[in-house]
Design a protein around this ligand. Structure first.
Ligand code: GDP
Length: 196
């Protein structure tokens, strides 16, 4: 994807309401504040695309963006918010698990992991859950430009932790939305996942 034409296609709170499956879908998910909106904007070469439905207070939803008319980038609601009620958590689970378990057109789940902090249990649990479900996961490390305050931070530390559970590690890429590093590699990776 040398040039990207991205079009917002709507926000859905129920899997059943999502657009008819047809085009390949690539889902993006991560802990809150991982840099997902910034990365979606960077991939799409737009400044504010991914903020459309992320206003605080707005119900979390599954956001669809059509890229170059050939694939859907699906922005899934994040996990790990500090203050969520049990009801909100179970609504998230229902929505996200429902989407991940049911979508037949799902080609890849990009799990974003903040490379500027030490491995987080919530991230490890989610990667492991994706693995257990047999879902095609690719890890995307974010904020690689950021100076690590903690020696235990970084992509390698995360992968080392993960290797306690995984015989063969999932594919992984590193990005920075701030400098743009790795974003074109990610775009190419997405392109190569598409059927020819
Ligand atoms: P989201 O909550 O996952 O959508 O995260 P945002 O994209 O809103 O980013 C959360 C915070 O991290 C914001 O303050 C961003 O400016 C910052 N951020 C996002 N990506 C990067 C990056 O690549 N490098 C650095 N240094 N900061 C980033």
């Amino acid at each position: 994807m040398e040039s990207v034409q991205a079009e917002y296609k709507g926000s859905y709170s129920k899997v059943d309401d999502c657009p008819d499956p047809g085009l390949p879908e690539m889902a993006f998910i991560g802990r809150s504040n991982v840099g997902k909106s910034s990365l979606v904007n960077a991939i799409c070469l737009q400044k504010n695309l991914a903020y459309i439905s992320s206003n605080p207070g707005k119900t979390q939803s599954i956001n669809f963006y059509l890229l170059n008319e050939v694939l859907y980038l699906v922005d899934l609601p994040g996990y790990g918010y500090a203050r969520v009620s049990r009801t909100q958590r179970s609504a998230w689970e229902k929505m996200v698990r429902g989407y991940l378990e049911q979508r037949t057109s799902l080609f890849c789940v990009f799990q974003l992991v903040d490379a500027s902090i030490p491995p987080q249990q919530a991230d490890l649990d989610f990667t492991n859950w994706l693995g257990e479900q047999g879902l095609p996961v690719t890890l995307v490390f974010t904020k690689t430009d950021k100076r690590k305050k903690d020696k235990a931070a970084g992509a390698q530390a995360y992968l080392k932790k993960l290797s306690e559970f995984w015989e063969q590690l999932p594919p992984h890429l590193s990005t920075s939305s701030t400098t743009g590093a790795g974003v074109d590699v990610l775009r190419r990776y997405m392109q190569e996942l598409l059927p020819v």
